[in-house]
Design a protein around this ligand. Structure first.
Ligand SMILES: *Cc1c(COP(=O)(O)O)cnc(C)c1O
Length: 466
């Protein structure tokens, strides 16, 4: 399988190179040159497979020559063996129409583990094969950082530098990153918002001062392999609910548009998805884009769902590309306009393409809390704030009664104990697998939101590539 950039001028790469690359050299994001498609019989034949086996089948077309089927199967077995539930991503029924897809049974309690546990192993496989060193730089609104650090801590060929917005992540999220004691792990707290941190990281991928000395890798959802691994659970859930003979809708708490874009890819691969609901909090750029054609970035408002406190959703570019006839030259222009104006309008084709599958909904703090209380009182389920936003959006849909609506439960409620307790009166406790998080020593460097300072810190502390 070949991968091409959304901005049309970076070289095409194979799966191995695209996994190790971050942003494309033209500033775009990589996508497969075409979507593999499963006929309905092939999807039906996936019923009843274990999660690692399903993952192998769904991802195999994307890895091309970079891994044999057995190598991929081995990596999936290892990655998903670290989950605390045998189903890896179990489905829980809420009422006649609503379901939760629990994606938080990995080591760091959020859905990011599903992709990052595999990505860590892919990095190790490819780097060992090439005898190369990788410097991962990432920005996190909390959950990517902890999942990525868990996935690569202690690995020989990798240094990881993780930027988070100082004071804007939960205490559990912070400690999951800063208490990992491994020499290759570097936490950086940045004065500023997640968008500021993400903008710095994007700049590093095209900064010669770094790229000439280091191979810079990405663990954010700009990395294609992450999205690829997330496609699998859409298949897992839909198959359990009757696919391919029955259509299923999904409601996805959305920040960087990675998770919901994986659902879009599942649909392009032939999975009969009725609709994908993009659920946002008051940082609603995606809701405005899809409902009013207003993709304009405002200021980030901190909420109790910090992983969605994002104004610029990187992966939206992938949708604009795919729905815009894959015209990289035109998209490069459109994105240049966005960089200058902090706003863009979708073309008729982009809007029409998106509308075939996507709808959107925004929840404020009180709607989020109400959804949390509804699930607690009516279904005995304690939800985290992100999941509650997804459930609110799901319950606002007018899907026919025979279409199940699956809300992606993206984090364990214990990761966000304070807002959960405020809404429900119940303080969820941390599962035993995270251990004595608050008793451990924290390690973190605070830096100003100044690009060169952060870049130089990384250059001084990373191992040069060979
Ligand atoms: C990352 C995250 C999201 C948003 O996912 P995107 O892929 O960025 O859209 C939602 N909920 C939680 C708990 C997350 O960690």
């Amino acid at each position: 399988m070949e991968y091409i950039s959304t901005r049309g001028s970076a070289p095409a790469l194979d799966f191995e190179d695209v996994t190790l690359a971050g942003l494309a050299s033209d500033g775009g994001l990589y996508l497969p040159i075409e979507w593999p498609r499963f006929p309905a019989e092939e999807i039906a034949a996936m019923r009843g497979l274990s999660y690692p086996e399903l993952a192998t089948r769904v991802m195999l077309p994307f890895v091309g020559e970079s891994l044999s089927e057995n190598e991929l199967r081995n990596l999936c077995g290892q990655a998903y063996g670290r989950f605390a539930h045998v189903a890896v991503t179990p489905l829980v029924q809420l009422d006649a129409q609503h379901w939760l897809l629990e994606l938080f049974h990995g080591p760091t309690l959020a859905f990011k583990d599903v992709a990052l546990q595999l990505l860590g192993l892919l990095f190790e496989t490819f780097l060992t094969r090439r005898q190369q060193q990788l410097t991962i730089v990432g920005a996190t609104s909390g959950d990517t950082g902890s999942a990525a650090i868990d996935a690569v801590a202690g690995r020989d060929n990798i240094d990881i530098f993780m930027l988070h917005p100082e004071g804007r992540i939960s205490d559990v999220q912070r400690c999951q990153m800063t208490t990992v004691n491994a020499p290759n792990v570097h936490n950086i707290a940045i004065a500023g918002s997640f968008d500021d941190a993400q903008a710095m990281v994007k700049r590093m991928f095209v900064d010669e001062a770094l790229t000439s000395r280091f191979r810079i890798g990405a663990v954010n959802s700009i990395n294609w392999a992450r999205l690829m691994a997330q496609i699998v659970y859409y298949f897992a859930a839909a198959l359990q609910l009757g696919a391919p003979d029955r259509r299923v809708a999904f409601s996805v708490p959305t920040g960087n548009f990675g998770d919901v874009f994986a659902g879009y890819v599942a649909a392009r691969m032939g999975l009969p998805i009725e609709r994908l609901v993009v659920a946002t909090n008051v940082n609603d750029i995606l809701h405005r884009a899809l409902s009013q054609n207003d993709y304009s970035a405002g200021k980030v408002t901190p909420t109790s769902a910090p992983s969605m406190d994002i104004q610029v959703s990187s992966n939206f570019e992938r949708l604009l590309f795919d729905c815009g006839d894959r015209d990289g030259v035109a998209l490069a222009q459109q994105m240049k306009g966005f960089d200058a104006e902090k706003a863009l309008k979708l073309t008729e084709r982009q809007l029409g393409g998106a509308a075939e599958l996507f709808t959107s909904c925004r929840a404020d703090e009180s709607e989020m809390a109400q959804a949390m209380r509804w699930a607690s009182e009516n279904c005995g389920q304690i939800l985290d704030p992100h999941t509650a936003i997804g459930l609110h959006a799901a319950r606002m849909q007018d899907c026919p009664a025979e279409v199940p609506i699956v809300t992606l439960a993206t984090a364990h409620p214990a990761k966000f104990r304070d807002p959960v307790e405020r809404a429900t009166g119940f303080r969820p406790s941390l599962p035993a697998r995270v251990g004595d998080l608050f008793a451990r020593q924290e390690r973190c460097t605070s830096l100003p939101g100044h690009y060169e300072t952060v870049r130089d810190f990384i250059a001084d502390n990373a191992t040069p590539s060979n």
